[in-house]
Design a protein around this ligand. Structure first.
Ligand code: ZN
Ligand code: ZN
Ligand code: ZN
Length: 137
């Protein structure tokens, strides 16, 4: 069985498009509607699982600047050469695209600078997942 989520999604969308092309109330429409429902039933689970897997990887996390306050009593995130806390939050980043095991990368989208980046702007992959599609045409 084919489990490539891209092809499964295409099959569902194609069935939906074909359904949309039929005249309402016709036999053709009835059949196309069944074909669509059947595609959703067969592929819904795999597609949902794929979406969750991707969104689990590409989740927005807070980006921190370094805390230089020796008196600071916040809980701190300590990495090899880094010390940051809640008062040094500068924006958002993507756990997968912008960091490697907690270490900031020169990510393509932000060039490593996450100052002022909102959670929505943190990751293009996530944005593509949450963008309004043509689901309700
Ligand atoms: Zn990402
Ligand atoms: Zn601090
Ligand atoms: Zn980034």
């Amino acid at each position: 069985m084919n489990t490539d989520p891209v092809e499964l999604a295409r099959e569902v969308l194609d069935a939906h498009a074909a359904w949309g092309k039929t005249g309402p109330g016709t036999d053709e429409c009835e059949q196309a509607s069944h074909a669509f429902t059947s595609a959703v039933r067969r592929h819904g689970y795999d597609l949902a699982r794929a979406v969750l897997a991707v969104s689990e990887l590409h989740r927005p996390i807070r980006a921190y600047d370094e805390c230089h306050d020796p008196e600071c009593r916040n809980e701190h995130i300590e990495l090899e050469d880094y010390w940051g806390c809640d008062s040094t939050v500068i924006g958002w980043a993507c756990d997968e695209c912008c960091y490697d095991n907690g270490n900031p990368l020169e990510c393509k989208k932000h060039g490593g600078d996450h100052t002022g980046v909102t959670a929505d702007q943190a990751c293009s992959t996530r944005a593509a997942l949450t963008k309004d599609g043509q689901a309700h045409s």
